[in-house]
Design a protein around this ligand. Structure first.
Ligand code: ADP
Ligand code: MG
Length: 598
């Protein structure tokens, strides 16, 4: 009850900016409430002044008054409904954008701790629930409560004895409502969690369609999905049962109340304390009170759903954004990167992914990172871009610790080409110019050329204007990667992170892209993770990693000569691939090259 109040108060803050329209809507709601008992009141005039007095002139007067009241009430109802919906939808729009923006501002680690289905269902499921609560519930709660109050006021005014009887029934009804709604909220939350689980499962299954088919696990997946689906159905039915029980219970109670009123009112008339018209009006008004009360009891389900939705939205909004307190701006970094005893472990993982890692990289240097899968190469790159926070130690760019730079400024200095290039369902040119909305066509074309992407863009039906489908699914892996590289060219950042940027390419495009990368590396500091010997050999230094630590460091020739971890990696042929057409290095060749390079 107390946290419901807090939730309400927090939701109310989103309505506050629109208080003018809210006020209009509440005023019109009050008008509706005030006009409702007046309609019942006309029953008294109709019976006493027209029927019993047998007066035809009074009939016209009474009917005209009734028409005027109904007209005004309808107008007020229209206004209150439209204005309150307007406010609610404005608030929902704000909330939706807030959630979206907040999701983007959350650290990568927070995203990894949540399933993407749960994240999605916040926008697709929770927010509409809050929307329903804000728009329908608001109007029903306020307008109907006011109406009930107005009707009750009239009832007291016209026959307070009878009204006391009605009030005796009130707490009984309230008790029933409370009882029914307590189980509902818990159920609603479970329902929402299960909806998230379902979204997640469907997403996963769609993404893994090929795996499912090739492993023949359709039956397994179907039964997993059937279980989730059935759980959701069961939980939904639980809510339905509780909600359905609500209506008949209230109805039975209401009828008992009416019977009591009729008995007492009849006695008043036979004793001459109430006119027949007064009785008719009283009964009419009494019957008018039950509909808003019934709506008020039903709306509870919507409100509880809305509150459950609000709770989950606020949970998300309360997650901390990326820390961004740095103030030391860099115009354009020279590109010196220094790791100082950096350690990092993923949450819930015992072994550190990066373990006391120290390395100084000079401006303009290219350093290749090699090592078995899981040795921490990707993590190291992520730390440079501050996707994760180091747990101890520091990373400095041009001598400034990453935490001391504004995040946006830091990331301006970095171009990142990963294994999976994220593309957007937009034109080729917009994908290349992503993050550079103002880039002119010549620059985009130049970047595409440098990335050796022109050759395939030229073959697309609409060239640079071709749309590439959701996440670029109309392009091959190699084409996607070349677009990502073109992006990096256009960004022209002093630090370049290449994490298996060429792994999705066939040999021929790899050769082409490697040439592009040689170009891109000029005047930049480059950290590159690659599996191809040709790419690795191009680096100034090679760092061999194992379990987040440096085990060896040096040039290709030095490391070969040392005959240690690097030589073993090379010999195993697993993590470093010798390209076709590039002859394996004999010791003599190594010797020659070493001599040639001085
Ligand atoms: P590499 O790129 O060299 O293959 P990673 O940097 O991806 O290695 O991984 C380093 C270690 O961190 C591995 O042991 C891996 O299991 C673990 N790891 C990577 N990503 C996550 C994650 N999101 N959550 C938990 N552990 C992770
Ligand atoms: Mg990796």
């Amino acid at each position: 009850m107390k946290d419901s109040l807090q939730l309400y108060r927090r939701l109310l803050a989103y309505i506050k900016p629109y208080w003018r329209v809210s006020l209009l809507s509440m005023l019109t709601m009050a008008a509706v409430a005030a006009l409702t008992p007046l309609m019942g009141q006309q029953m008294k005039a109709l019976v006493d002044d027209v029927l019993i007095a047998n007066n035809h002139d009074a009939l016209e007067r009474v009917l005209l008054t009734l028409i005027a009241i109904v007209f005004c009430k309808s107008l007020a109802e229209y206004t209150s409904s439209v204005s309150s919906q307007w406010v609610a939808n404005k608030a929902i729009d704000d909330l939706r954008r807030l959630v979206f923006n907040h999701q983007m501002a959350l650290p990568v680690s927070t995203h990894q701790a949540q399933t993407s289905g749960r994240m999605l269902s916040r926008i697709t499921y929770d927010i509409p629930q809050v929307g329903a609560a804000l728009s329908n519930a608001w109007i029903i709660v306020i307008q109907d409560s006011l109406t009930v109050l107005a009707l009750l006021g009239w009832l007291f005014y016209s026959a307070w004895h009878l009204t006391l009887i009605i009030l005796a029934v009130g707490p009984l009804i309230a008790w029933v409502i409370r009882k029914a709604s307590s189980g509902m909220r818990a159920s609603n939350r479970t329902q929402q969690l299960q909806m998230g689980e379902m979204t997640c499962a469907v997403e996963e299954q769609l993404a893994g369609l090929r795996e499912i088919k090739i492993f023949g696990t359709q039956a397994h997946e179907a039964s997993r999905f059937a279980r989730i689906s059935n759980n959701l159905r069961r939980e939904t039915m639980r809510v339905v049962r509780i909600s359905a029980l609500n209506v008949p219970m209230v109805q039975v109670l209401a009828f008992m109340a009416v019977a009591g009123v009729l008995y007492a009112a009849g006695s008043l008339v036979t004793n001459g304390l109430l006119t027949p018209g007064g009785l008719m009006a009283y009964v009419t008004v009494t019957s008018m009170i039950f509909e808003p009360i019934r709506r008020l009891t039903n709306i509870n389900a919507t409100i509880q759903r809305g509150l459950a939705g609000a709770q989950s939205i606020f949970e998300l909004l309360d997650l901390h954004r990326e820390e961004d307190h740095g103030t030391q701006q860099i115009e354009r970094a020279r590109g010196e990167i220094r790791f100082e005893q950096v350690s990092f472990s993923y949450p819930g993982q015992e072994a550190p992914a990066i373990d006391n890692f120290s390395l100084a990289i000079a401006p303009g240097e290219t350093v290749a990172f090699v090592g078995a899968s899981g040795s921490g190469k990707t993590t190291l790159m992520a730390l440079v871009a501050r996707f994760f926070e180091t747990q101890s130690g520091r990373i400095r760019i041009d001598g400034i610790a990453l935490q001391d730079m504004p995040l946006a400024n830091l990331r301006e200095q970095i171009a990142l080409v990963g294994q999976h290039a994220a593309l957007f369902d937009d034109s080729v040119s917009n994908n290349i110019a992503y993050g550079h909305q103002g880039a002119d066509m010549a620059a985009i074309e130049h970047a595409a050329e440098q990335a050796h992407a022109m050759e395939f863009i030229g073959k697309l039906q609409h060239g640079f204007d071709s749309r590439i489908g959701t996440n670029g699914n109309q392009l091959s892996g190699g084409q996607r990667q070349r677009l990502a590289i073109a992006r990096a060219f256009l960004k022209n950042a002093p630090i370049l992170l290449l994490d298996e940027a060429t792994s999705a390419l066939d040999n021929e495009s790899e050769r082409v892209v490697r040439e592009a990368l040689v170009e891109l590396r000029r005047d930049r500091t480059v950290l590159v993770v690659a599996h191809r010997l040709t790419t690795i050999r191009d680096a100034n230094r090679i760092v061999v990693m194992e379990r987040g630590r440096i085990v060896e460091i040096g040039s290709h020739e030095q490391l070969l000569a040392a005959n240690g971890a690097y030589a073993r990696l090379l010999a195993s042929g697993e993590d470093i691939i010798e390209d076709e057409g590039v002859a394996p290095l004999s010791e003599m060749q190594v010797f020659n090259e070493t001599v040639a390079r001085g």
